[in-house]
Design a protein around this ligand. Sequence first.
Ligand code: C5P
Length: 394
Amino acid sequence: MNDLQGRRIVLGVTGGIAAYKACELARLIGKAGADVDVVMTEAATHFVAPLTFQALTGRPVHVSLWETDQANGMAHIDLVRGAAAVLIAPATADFIAKLAHGFADDLLSSLCLARECPLLVAPAMNRQMWAHPATQRNVAQLRNDGVEILGPASGEQACGEMGEGRMLEAEELCDALIAHLQPKLLAGKRVVLTAGPTHEPLDPVRVLTNMSSGKMGFALARACAEAGASVTLVAGPVCLPTPAGVTRIDVRSAFEMRDAVLAALPTDIFVSVAAVADYRPAAPATHKIKKGAERLTLELVANPDILAEIAARPDAPLCVGFAAESQNLAEYAEAKRRAKKLPLIVGNLVQDGLGGETNQITLFDAAGSHPLPAGDKLTLARAIVRHIAEMIHA
Ligand code: C5P
């Protein structure tokens, strides 16, 4: 994905052992389409050679304030001019202290002062250094100054201790950078989503379910969080990681899903991506059903329609439905939109089965149908968020 296409990112690397993870981070940011200018402190060069970053980014690596190959001798200004963001990973306790106090005695700290673009900082240090009141004071100061602090995570540390202070993984940091640069179209809005299938028990070991991977719903939850919304994701049984910044509530059956959605209200926007089972076994068996009979008849009863119920409330949020159809997409999706009284429904034709990484969707609203170019689910999710934002601000 080219989430950072056409952007230039300054990656600052300071002197901690997590500098080795910054190599992978430089590669990922470059893979996302950005030009990556790596700026290292002198201490960082004791952990990783500048040549490593040069090879990974295909661009010169900067260490000294006193580089003479810069025409005007002002590397600290030139490097941040036009940059989309500065990301410091790893950021040592010492460098965080310098940032908090506005020191500018090397190239990286100088360009942090000279920048106009956002600054993101990924601390990495021993747990006691992280917990020290001085560090906590400095981090609070940076937050106050509008700096985004990414992590740190908890876990095993290079020093052999366990605790808080580990740098986030390269992929998490790259995702956080991409998220930071997304337009905040849903700032201040609350969003509740459902995703995945539901499990309707037949007996203690068997369920009726739907072929839903949950990927589209999770991508939408991520896109809403990236757009600045406060997001609650009610997830059926799926094995997917929770997107950063999203509150997740795991449920199994349609009834549990309904209860969780009602408990998450009020909200500004409700997006129902889940493939909720329309029916459940009328009387699940207490013990495992034994095989033997030639024929077995199941009696099913209808489940509550969560989306229709939320859309019918007097205080209904902006409700968005999904319609996966195997034929007559426009006709069926529009009929559903009207029946459930939804301002917007997202339709897709299920041709090659569910669970893929890409999709082809069409949006149906009161103005008509809007086909979107086929794409990966996160790109589509961001396009859906743009449409929802336009509707909610209209
Ligand atoms: O009518 P159909 O089930 O095809 O409608 C699909 C839309 O309704 C989806 O957005 C789905 O999440 C939602 N739905 C629901 N509760 C159900 C069935 C569907 O919220 N019991």
